[in-house]
Design a binder for this molecule. Structure first.
Ligand code: ATP
Ligand code: MG
Length: 377
């Protein structure tokens, strides 16, 4: 099978690695250069997008910020999964909120802001504190503003107005600030027959708005049930085919959806070592019409993101249950460069191995890991 992936980053790379044993070969569309490239070498393959779509058995995506004409072209091919509607809903917070509302799942109360009157109405209707998020092109916490005190509103509006003036298509979604205890995510797959397979709920820790650590340990049944119910509501509403990720806030044992990602997700990288079938293979199985695989947790696992570093101390490779995954990218401050997966027989051993890893990593590049290790009990 030949699969064309829109986007040529680490997610396409890991799909390629996961697809090889199933004889699924991946080519990737680099949105920035408008070229078809090999997902591992980044070498241009000398084909245009139209020919690559024609040559592919299946077209899919590894990210949601894709030009609309490209989405339309892929959709017209009849072999694009999860398809235009799902990708658009992941890339535009206005559509995402509409989707969540129509699927009947809880998320933070919101108000769409296009002008100053909307801005004032958002504050009046929702109260403070508020989080303002750009409707388009948001990722890793970029394009977000917080408003805590009413006296900061006028200055914030100036910033937001300047931002809106840069792009006619842009808007802001104002959202109530949620005083959550934890952030969780659920990653799962739905196939064309409507069958669902979800992984255990993952606990996620962000540092400066960017995912740092994901923990997958035998879970809380009540949270798993809630997350699964919301996952199926959203996936069925979209008639979704492929892997879908949903991020949640946990407030007093109740889940609210933060956002969805219509693709494989950073908080699911632990599945490479912690599950029978990893999220990358599972996505390919779903979009290629192959049977879905087991999503059971085979061993407690965690993932640590490597941000802005292109080396890590070599001795970490000697630690049992440790796997290092580089993305082959050029170093840039804060950039997602790779990740480390750690797995163990049980939670106590996972904590022990995590602490061994932390002792070998430079604190400056890997802050706050010790606090996260304390979560494992
Ligand atoms: P990513 O690409 O990492 O998923 P993003 O740019 O799409 O991030 P969000 O996930 O919406 O943005 O927000 C980033 C982080 O900001 C969240 O993980 C959470 O920690 C915090 N956050 C977002 N919305 C709220 C909210 N309504 N209340 C409290 N915290 C929030
Ligand atoms: Mg997020």
């Amino acid at each position: 099978m030949k699969v064309l992936v829109l986007g040529a980053g680490q997610l396409a790379r890991m799909m390629s690695l996961a697809g090889a044993p199933l004889n699924i070969s991946i080519s990737a569309y680099d949105v920035n250069s408008d070229a078809i490239v090999h997902p591992l070498t980044q070498q241009q393959l000398g084909t245009g997008l139209t020919k690559a779509i024609a040559d592919a058995d299946v077209v899919t995506a590894e990210f949601e910020h894709i030009p609309l004409p490209v989405l339309a072209l892929c959709q017209a091919s009849g072999k694009f999964f999860p398809g235009e509607t799902a990708i658009k809903a992941g890339g535009d917070r206005r559509l995402e909120k509409q989707l969540l509302d129509s699927a009947g799942v809880r998320s933070a109360a919101y108000h769409i802001v296009n002008n100053e009157a909307d801005f004032k109405q958002a504050i009046q209707q929702l109260g403070l504190p508020l989080v303002f998020k750009s409707a388009l092109a948001g990722y890793d916490g970029k394009g977000q503003w917080r408003l805590k005190q009413p006296e900061q509103a006028a200055a914030l509006w100036q910033d937001i107005a300047a931002f809106l003036a840069t792009d006619q298509q842009q808007a802001i979604v104002a959202e109530q600030f949620i005083p959550f205890q934890r952030e969780l995510s659920l990653i799962g797959a739905r196939n064309a027959k409507g069958q669902l397979q979800v992984y255990p709920v993952t606990e996620n820790h962000h540092v400066n708005g960017v995912l740092s650590v994901s923990l997958a340990v035998a879970g809380n049944e009540s949270l798993q049930q809630q997350a699964q119910q919301m996952f199926s509501a959203v996936a069925n509403q979209l008639n979704y085919v492929g892997v879908l990720a949903i991020e949640f806030f946990e407030v007093d044992g109740q889940l609210l959806v933060n956002e969805i990602a219509p693709r494989v997700h950073n908080s699911g990288h632990w599945t490479q070592q912690g599950a029978d079938v990893c999220q990358f293979e599972q996505h390919l199985r779903a979009v290629c019409g192959l049977p879905l695989g087991s999503t059971a947790l085979v061993r407690p696992s965690l993932m640590v993101n490597i941000l802005g570093e292109d080396t890590v101390p070599q001795p970490i490779l000697a630690l049992p249950g440790l796997h290092l995954h580089w993305y082959g990218k050029t170093k840039r401050a804060g950039r997602k460069m790779g990740h480390i997966n750690v797995s163990a027989a049980d939670t106590a051993q996972l904590k022990q191995r995590f602490l061994q890893l932390i002792a070998l990593l430079p604190e400056s590049a890997f802050p706050e890991l010790t606090q996260m290790a304390q979560r494992l009990n």
